[in-house]
Design a protein around this ligand. Structure first.
Ligand SMILES: [Zn+2]
Length: 274
């Protein structure tokens, strides 16, 4: 089976669709026989892929402890005796951590450099990994959406999203789920209630494009930071005009945090309504 793949400086990324709508990413450093795996849900899918590419897994990276990002750890450790890198604070919840990661840490391996960002909110120990111009952000920032706030506070989630949105606009956003079409349905619903005609058009155009891609069986991920800043409703509170217009329309306080919180609660109901 062939996978979508993407070239970066010093490595290639393979995108494995697993389970219902998850993506596991396999990173192939150039000029190496090793592979890294980000968020393995299923060891056998990774082993099949790496065998086909004549690579063996040296490192597993987990963005957070949820089972659909970590269930493959055990099988990969057994098969490859690989190392596992995840948040130091998640030792009790993630199998086989051999190196506990911390915010701001930079890990140099196989000629590559990985910057570790703490992005709590979806879970307490959630991390994002930045390699060259690739961002692996798990379930924090999705294309046109964001993860549910399960363990952290709304404030933490908003801070984490701002941190990711502040990365260079050309960086590619490798999120862990193919939720984009549903997220864009929500974005259009929100935009349709607001006076900003440009935002409304961007959302509808993006939804039409992603709808087309999905019809053709193509992934909508990765997007770019620029794409997310343009359409993601959970990043629009970055802009004062959006905050003011939204607060007037929906009767919340005209602060980014309040608008973000209102949007996140609306999104939860939106899913329930489907
Ligand atoms: Zn999760």
């Amino acid at each position: 089976m062939t996978h979508h793949s993407y070239q970066h400086q010093g490595f290639e990324v393979l995108q494995l669709p697993v389970l219902r709508d998850n993506y596991t990413y396999v990173v192939l450093p150039n000029d190496s026989d090793r592979a890294w795996v980000i968020d393995p849900a299923d060891a056998s899918a990774v082993i099949t892929c790496c065998t086909a590419h004549e690579r063996s897994v040296s490192h597993v990276w987990n963005t957070h402890h949820h089972w659909d990002h970590t269930d493959g750890n055990e099988g990969l450790i057994r098969h490859y005796h690989c190392a596992v890198l995840a948040a130091a604070s998640e030792q009790a919840r993630i199998d086989g951590i051999s190196h506990g990661l911390r915010d701001h840490e930079v890990v140099a391996l196989d000629g590559l450099s990985v910057q570790v960002l703490a992005v709590p909110g979806h879970t307490d120990g959630h991390l994002a990994f930045v390699m060259d111009d690739a961002i692996f952000c798990g379930d924090v920032l999705f294309s046109a959406g964001c993860g549910r706030v399960f363990e952290g506070t709304m404030e933490q989630m908003w801070q984490s999203l701002q941190r990711l949105a502040a990365l260079p606009v050309g960086h590619r956003v490798y999120c862990a789920h193919e939720y984009t079409l549903m997220n864009l349905d929500f974005a259009c619903t929100v935009a349709d209630t607001l006076p900003d005609e440009d935002y409304r058009q961007r959302c509808h155009q993006r939804r039409d494009m992603v709808h087309q891609w999905r019809q053709e069986g193509r992934p909508s991920v990765p997007s770019t930071v620029a794409d997310e800043r343009a359409v993601n409703p959970f990043l629009q509170p970055l802009w004062r005009e959006f905050v003011v217009a939204y607060a007037i329309r929906w009767g919340c306080n005209p602060f980014a945090m309040d608008v973000f919180t209102h949007l996140r609660a609306w999104r939860n109901r939106f899913v329930a309504d489907q």
